[in-house]
Write a protein that binds this ligand. Structure first.
Ligand code: NAD
Ligand code: MG
Length: 379
């Protein structure tokens, strides 16, 4: 397949998220941080914002945003937090809230999240709760946050008891997905984001998967038109699902393809540096595909295509050997039972009928899951 008409000159592409009075646009393109002053201005009720970012992103991209805001006459304060998941904590949230109150951010002013999913989730939750709710804008700077976390309104922080346990559904007013920002992103983070990109193809769009088979490497290597198209298709897919099911009562669960397994791997490795979320989900998607095939839902040919594509682009397909981690099927199953998607004592899984058609089920016997886990550990 050739590259569809995603002309970089026509950038930005606008993808609407249709949620009634909470609707908003996602703009996808290159150089948006520098060139989207008027879009930013059009969603601000007042010419005053607070920028929230992390130390890494601040060093790379904060200056460009500040210049754009200066250029369009928007006053701004800046709030920089340590890089990493640790900033999705009650302590950092508390610190941010008091900084925002000290900066006298008012109800009709706004927050801008400039960063990856950590900053987006933290800032969104701060926006949801500051003075009972102020507007916020997402400027996602990782591939994962551009295609996933910045869209759909899930915001929150972690608790000692687990990840994302304190939060709110709260939609942004605008998302600027500037693919130029990805040029500074380490390769491993690109791969992690790409796992979520390919997920959209697997769960609901066979044509997109086929496009990725032909163009996935270009997306990973930094081809501008390919990146714009991949981000556009991903956010369209997510926007459509979120518009149907904002609070995950039904179809939104499909976005968890690979995640029930993936979360178990992340929990077992204690969210450490050896396995990041995208890598865990990548292995989890392969396992969901394998289980789908073993149970007779997905044909062997489609399964083979999935594995071949993952290998071709460098997505992990098997559990890595990690010092101190002794992979154990029973322990992984126990983590899966802890997953928040569990209800009525049954593990919910997303499986595939074919590439491009996923479904939700609670009917898979634990013995089947256990035997697959055992098999994968031996590989
Ligand atoms: P992240 O925000 O920690 O970013 C990953 C790393 O990349 C960080 O070190 C960051 O400083 C760095 N970085 C960010 N942008 C960069 C750039 N342009 N150039 C160079 N380095 C850059 O992590 P993430 O992978 O973006 O997001 C993960 C978080 O997102 C998790 O907390 C997860 O729970 C959350 N998440 C939320 C949702 C949702 O719907 N709200 C969905 C998926 C994930
Ligand atoms: Mg995910």
């Amino acid at each position: 397949m050739t590259l569809p008409a995603s002309d970089p000159a026509a950038s930005p592409v606008r993808v609407p998220v249709d949620l009634g009075s909470r609707s908003y646009d996602i703009l996808v393109g290159s150089n948006l941080l520098v060139e989207s002053g008027s879009s930013l201005k059009s969603v601000l009720k007042n010419p005053r914002v607070a920028i929230v970012t992390d130390e890494t992103v601040a060093a790379l991209h904060l200056h460009a945003l500040e210049q754009t805001l200066d250029h369009i006459g928007i006053e701004h304060s800046t709030h920089i937090f340590p890089t990493g998941e640790g900033s999705k904590s009650i302590a950092v949230y508390g610190d941010l809230m008091s900084q925002l109150l000290d900066a006298r951010i008012q109800r009709d002013e706004a927050l801008i999240a400039l960063g990856g999913g950590v900053i987006g989730d933290l800032t969104g939750f701060a926006a949801a709760t500051l003075r009972r709710g102020v507007d916020f804008i997402q400027i996602p700077t990782t591939l994962l946050s551009q295609v996933d976390s910045s869209v759909g309104g899930k915001t929150g922080i972690n608790a000692a008891q687990g990840k994302n346990l304190i939060g709110a559904f709260y939609q942004p007013k605008l998302v600027l997905a500037d693919i130029s920002l990805l040029d500074s992103l380490p390769h491993r983070e690109i791969i992690a984001g790409y796992a979520e990109v390919v997920k959209y193809g697997l769960l609901g769009d066979r044509d997109f998967f086929e496009w990725l088979e032909a163009n996935g490497k270009k997306v990973i290597e930094g081809d501008e038109a390919a990146r714009i198209y991949a981000v556009e298709q991903s956010v369209k897919a997510k926007a459509q699902i979120v518009a149907k099911d904002e609070r995950e009562g039904g179809v939104r669960a499909l976005l968890n393809l690979g995640h029930t397994f993936g979360h178990a791997f992340e929990a077992e490795t204690r969210y450490g540096p050896h396995l990041n979320h995208g890598e865990a989900v990548s292995i989890g998607m392969v396992m969901a595909a394998e289980l789908s095939t073993e149970l007779g839902f997905l044909n062997r040919q489609d399964f083979g295509r999935i594995v071949a594509h993952f290998k071709n682009v460098g997505l992990p397909i098997a559990l890595p050997r990690i010092a101190d981690i002794d992979w154990n099927a029973e322990k992984l199953l126990a983590h899966m039972r802890q997953d928040k998607k569990i209800s009525g004592g049954k593990i919910m899984l997303i499986l595939m009928k074919e590439i491009g058609e996923a479904f939700t089920t609670r009917d898979i016997p634990e013995a089947e899951i256990l035997s697959l886990l055992k098999q994968k550990i031996q590989e």
